[in-house]
Design a protein around this ligand. Sequence first.
Ligand code: PEP
Length: 256
Amino acid sequence: MRLFFGGNWKMNKTTAEARTYLDTFLGPLSSYDADIVLFCPYMILPAASQKAKGTPLSLGAQNLYPKPSGAYTGEISPAMVKEFATYVLLGHSERRIYLGETDSFINEKVRVALREDLKVVLCVGETAKERKEGKSSAVVRKQLRACLKDIPGNNLNSIIIAYEPVWAISTFPGAKPAQPADAEEMHALIKGWFTKQYGKETRVIYGGSVKPDNCEELIVHQHIDGFLPGGASLDPESFLRIINRSLEARKRAKKP
Ligand code: PEP
């Protein structure tokens, strides 16, 4: 499957900082055969989309509200996202944990986003406690089932799953990256779930303390189709190294 690299900037960077970042980041992108997306704060999207015009970079929002318009102070509608972005990140664990987002609310957002022709990167992943208790597979299957409830299979080209174990996300205390074999096992499980549910797979990318130094050992695994780095995407050189090293490692591994 075609590799996908999404940078999750979270609540970082001003528009001026984003412009400087893109001055470095955009140049090398045309030599990479992969989907490359920056999930920027909303405020940056207009300027970033102007700079990215005519380049291989796609942009994504980090959230949306599942209503077309109305009295939802502080929220952003799918149509507003669509003016500047083609992707939206949904179900990120920081939103689940800090803002109390539930699977059913995330499902509403997925439905609305797809209806508006946005591409969705849906995050799933277990906590450290759930992993310790041997519940990782059950938790992730439940998240998939609930977040994708009533989503028909003809949408699969617009859905990417990000497996992001909460215990691996660098900003949570005690985080450490997943062992490649553990990540691969969960990716295979997610792809198996899709095959059973829809008769076909979708891309599954990994997120959780991905860095230039550990991307190669992860990407050589069969079911890992790319990455969603957070911290390491904030520096353009570091994100470019992840993309470059992953593509080279995959070529060497001769994955289909
Ligand atoms: C993320 O928040 O999506 C993420 C994976 O962050 P980090 O790469 O910093 O662990």
